[in-house]
Design a binder for this molecule. Structure first.
Ligand SMILES: [Zn+2]
Length: 756
């Protein structure tokens, strides 16, 4: 689905961001910032609350016993273009591959969202929503005329079945149990409904100059998914959360007024019958042409749309295989054009566009087919080959909505906006049409992944015609982690509608960009992400299957990252605290001290600029934060430092950038303690013990006869004194550094040592 008010949202986010950074500067400049970081929370073991199972491997692959049920549909339906009513028969062949016998099945009746008393209407706030029927008063919802079931191995008799409808769900009781591991049942449902004008921004009826455009979806009774995670997935359709559907083949016959043109998911089987000969010829030409071919022109629309006797009808026959849904559009107003899509295997598909004259022109849908073709060719090459024979973009009254092989985009869209929505809706072919995640619970697994692949596709389109600047994650840090946000893992029905754009689209997508560009690198990320798609193509992955796949294929424990960004709404803030020159000599190198101040850890990327203007980039892995809240490290510079800048590319969502830069003259320079005078071999009269003091990286090392070597650090405020809490020893030197007293901290015993 299209992200709504994307630009307005970003602007608001930006404003909130600036406001909040300003507001936050006070405690930081005041001196001691609060350190909220807890490395136990970030890096604790057992990120996964469940082990791998025979159905879902610990490695993130479908397990050896993975199973999935199947639903094949044969649908016939008739559209009354005057009353907007659709009357149909839905014949489902449902195959139970699960290990369980089933005495009942559940179906989605998503049209029931548009009944007056639906749960979805009840949850629309007074402030409004994009969901529901936008207040239209009409007799909405599915009417069920009959439900018949054919089951049984021997005598396959059709019988009326008992059923209960609760809101958008229908439970059908089977006359006998459906066998496990391959048992199948035929369910035949006669249904009808009146299409709303605006159907939750996912379907509808649009009036145009040359007649209505019907964009029809969520329209026939569809099987709920029965899976190994929850059994029946029966969450109602409330509006915000999308769909979770089984795969199968669809054979659909749609009877419409004779002057209508129908486009649908998959392949038109009877084009020769329903299209005029000349237009059918052009349709064939389009499927061979890299340039867009007009199949039905604006002139032909004008001449035919209102002329034909609407009492006659035509039946359009469509088929799509291995798909999770079927949608269609019908109108006398459609201009049609198309072109060939070239796929990596050598196969071809047909890009089609269907739009009214109001949407035509080179700045509008006149380029739609070019966009469809480019988008699908890019995704096919980059991730996984497009599986369907056709891809149709329809101009409708939705913002933008995706279905297998067909999408509905806003009829007013133009230029970059039309590219963006077309590319986004077709990106959904990969998520969730190919990778069939549970959208009703995990919106980020389709919208977020899709938003991410859209960025790469947009960058590639027509030499960057619509390329956008990369997101500045410093500016977005505040909106990404606002304390009142729910988590990415929350379901869309479980978050404020205004937060859906952030939590299902932008934030999960930004997470993948950080993972790809800063943590794993493009090659490792792309390999893992591609493999995840291959593993779960036409299957039902859960969040863990994605997390586990990414970790196993890239070979990296990313639990700290999933925890921070996806499971929790943690913030990120790194600071540079002070520097010190080795032996107080800039020629000998510099030691830098950094802190992780908030809950989320990240690797360190910083630029060190020296007085002569040279800039060196320093990178440290996230592992430095596994057991530290702050960290000192050496950089082999040879002259004075001019400045040090944390995250110079603004590639991490740093929530407080006021502590990201150290500058000469303003930043703190610590004095290095010169250790030379302390080094040497010491002995005591009290025992046959020798102590050797050496230096490495400006740290004092202590080696006592028959003890493991350890390090000591200076004691603040006590001159010539060093301590090791781990060893339980303290060393206090005399003024001349020719002797020291060693105190055993456990019992206070003091042993004097002198230099040899
Ligand atoms: Zn979407």
């Amino acid at each position: 689905m299209k992200r709504k008010f994307a630009k307005a949202l970003l602007l608001t986010a930006l404003f909130v961001g600036i406001y909040s950074v300003t507001a936050q500067q006070a405690p930081v400049t005041a001196g001691n910032p609060v350190n909220n970081y807890n490395y136990h929370d970030a890096f604790a073991p057992h990120f996964y609350t469940k082990n791998g199972t025979p159905t879902r491997s610990a490695s993130g692959q479908p397990g050896v016993e993975y199973w999935q049920n199947r639903a094949d549909y044969q649908i016939t339906a008739k559209l009354n273009a005057t009353t907007n009513e659709i009357v149909g028969t839905d014949e489902i062949t449902y195959t139970n591959n699960s290990p369980d016998k089933l005495s009942f099945v559940w179906l989605n009746l998503d049209q029931n969202l548009f009944k007056n008393d639906s749960r979805g209407n009840a949850v629309v706030p007074l402030t409004g929503s994009r969901n529901g029927a936008q207040g239209q008063i009409f007799d909405g919802g599915n009417k069920i005329k009959s439900v018949k079931v054919t089951l049984g191995d021997k005598k396959k008799t059709e019988a009326e079945a008992k059923y209960i409808i609760t809101d958008t769900r229908m439970q059908i009781f089977l006359p006998q149990e459906l066998a496990s591991k391959g048992g199948s049942v035929k369910i035949k449902i006669e249904f009808s409904f009146i299409a709303p004008f605006e159907g939750s921004d996912r379907m509808g009826v649009l009036e145009t100059k040359n007649g209505k455009i019907f964009t029809i979806a969520q329209w026939y009774p569809r099987m709920c998914v029965y899976d190994d995670v929850r059994g029946w997935n029966t969450a109602p359709y409330l509006g915000a959360s999308e769909f979770y559907l089984e795969y199968g083949d669809f054979d659909v016959k749609l009877t419409v007024p004779a002057n209508h043109y129908v486009v649908g998911s998959g392949e038109l089987l009877n084009g020769a019958e329903v299209l005029p000969a000349e237009q059918f010829k052009r349709y064939k030409e389009a499927s061979q042409s890299d340039k867009t071919v007009v199949i039905r022109s604006a002139e032909e629309v004008a001449a035919e749309a209102n002329a034909t006797n609407t009492n006659t009808e035509k039946t359009w026959h469509y088929q799509i295989k291995n798909a999770r849904d079927f949608s269609w559009a019908s109108s006398p107003a459609f201009i049609l054009d198309g072109a060939k899509i070239n796929l990596p295997s050598g196969k071809k598909a047909l890009a089609l566009s269907a739009y009214p004259v109001e949407s035509s022109g080179k700045d509008g849908y006149g380029r739609s087919t070019e966009y469809v073709k480019a988008s699908i060719e890019h995704y096919s090459k980059q991730w996984f080959e497009y599986p369907y024979p056709a891809a149709t973009n329809v101009a409708g009254n939705e913002g933008g909505m995706e279905y297998p092989g067909i999408v509905f985009c806003g009829w007013k869209s133009k230029g970059q906006d039309l590219w963006g929505v077309t590319d986004h809706e077709f990106g959904h072919i990969w998520f969730p049409m190919i990778v069939g995640s549970n959208e009703r619970l995990f919106g980020w697994m389709d919208e977020g992944f899709n938003t991410f692949i859209n960025l790469l596709s947009t960058e590639a389109f027509n030499n960057g015609e619509y390329k956008e600047k990369p997101t500045d994650l410093h500016e977005m840090a505040e909106p990404f982690t606002r304390p009142d946000l729910e988590t990415i893992m929350s379901s869309p029905d479980n978050m404020k509608e205004a937060n859906i754009g952030m939590l299902c689209y932008f934030k999960p997508s930004a997470g993948l960009i950080i993972l790809r560009e800063q943590i794993l690198g493009k090659e490792r990320f792309d390999t893992a992400f591609r493999t995840y798609i291959q593993r779960w193509a036409y299957k039902h992955p859960q969040p863990d299957d994605f997390f586990r796949s990414m970790e196993n294929i890239a070979g990296e424990d990313l639990s700290w990252f999933w925890r921070s960004w996806y499971v929790n709404n943690w913030r990120f803030d790194q600071s540079i605290n002070w520097i010190k020159y080795v032996k107080n000599d800039p020629a000998k190198g510099v030691i830098m001290n950094v802190s992780n101040l908030d809950k989320m850890p990240m690797p360190i990327v910083l630029d060190v600029k020296t007085k002569s203007g040279k800039v060196a980039r320093v990178k440290l892995p996230v592992e430095i934060w596994q057991r530290n809240n702050d960290w000192s490290f050496k950089h082999n510079s040879t002259e004075e430092i001019e400045s040090i800048t944390l995250d110079p590319d603004h590639a991490f969502p740093d929530n407080n950038v006021s502590n990201n830069v150290w500058t000469a003259g303003k930043g703190k320079v610590e004095k290095d303690i010169i250790l030379d005078g302390y080094l040497g071999l010491y002995s005591t009269k009290n025992a046959p013990l020798k102590i050797e003091l050496t230096e490495k990286n400006n740290v004092l090392n202590v080696e006592i006869t028959n003890f493991p070597k350890f390090t000591v650090e200076p004691v603040a405020g006590e001159k010539d004194t060093f301590i090791s809490n781990a060893a339980g020893l303290k060393f206090k030197f005399n003024e001349a550094k020719t002797a020291f007293d060693m105190t055993i901290l456990g019992n206070g015993q003091v042993i004097p040592f002198t230099k040899n």
